[in-house]
Design a protein around this ligand. Structure first.
Ligand SMILES: Nc1nc2c(ncn2[C@@H]2O[C@H](COP(=O)(O)OP(=O)(O)OP(=O)(O)O)[C@@H](O)[C@H]2O)c(=O)[nH]1
Ligand SMILES: [Mg+2]
Length: 194
């Protein structure tokens, strides 16, 4: 089957509410702790290793990077949180824009919460989930456990069970951007929001 996400293009990095693209179509934000593997996942989903920059230094992404899949769908790579050392101040400065974004953005349909499968649901992940649902109660949160290649199957299952039980959800996806595991399923899930 043709991969619709293959045509995805970078539109712009945004640091203020006023420079957002038009509030139309569907927007999905990609969030997670710094180094969780958001940008790698975006590249794997779009089959384009050059699309989003993969950080060697955690906390490199400081803007919300908007990517256009097609006229109907945009993906937004948010700056990583939870990495106190590098960009705490910048993220604090940026937070007012994020507040307004979550409250007002009509086209925003889902937040994909990326977590390293070896460290699911850190305090900052729970705080982020509470934060978005507080501002946008109808937002769907899609939980994605990344770097599955780092764990054996039974250990992966434990992480999934923990997440499902703790968040009382079955909206959990396991991926590896390294070997492609789960990427197609997640891609199909995201395309259902259109
Ligand atoms: N083994 C393995 N490593 C991965 C995988 N996905 C990402 N990584 C590595 O994890 C590191 C962080 O990946 P990024 O995709 O840049 O993470 P990010 O969440 O975008 O990070 P920030 O932009 O800093 O918030 C890189 O060294 C990646 O190569 C995976 O599926 N398996
Ligand atoms: Mg990134």
């Amino acid at each position: 089957m043709k991969n619709t996400l293959r045509e995805t293009k970078f539109i712009k990095g945004v640091t203020s509410y006023k420079s957002l693209p038009q509030d139309e179509g569907v927007e999905i934000v990609l969030a997670g702790r710094s180094n969780a593997g958001k940008s790698s996942a975006l590249n794997a989903l779009c089959e384009n290793p050059k699309l989003a920059r993969i950080s060697k230094t955690p906390g490199r992404t400081t803007e919300a990077n908007f990517f256009e899949v097609n006229t109907e769908l945009r993906l937004v790579d948010l700056p990583g949180y939870g990495y106190a050392k590098s960009t705490k101040k910048k993220i604090n400065n940026w937070a007012p824009f994020l507040d307004e974004y979550f409250v007002k953005r009509n086209c925003l349909k889902a937040a994909v919460l990326f977590m390293d499968i070896r460290h699911p649901l850190k305090d900052s992940d729970r705080a982020f989930a509470d934060y978005c649902l507080g501002l946008a109660p109808n937002l769907e949160i899609v939980y994605v456990l990344t770097k599955a290649d780092k764990l054996k199957k039974n250990e992966q299952n434990k992480a999934v069970f923990f997440l499902e039980s703790f968040m009382n959800t079955s909206n959990v996806w396991v991926i590896s951007s390294l070997n492609g595991f789960g990427i197609e399923s997640l891609r199909n899930k995201l395309l259902k929001f259109i």
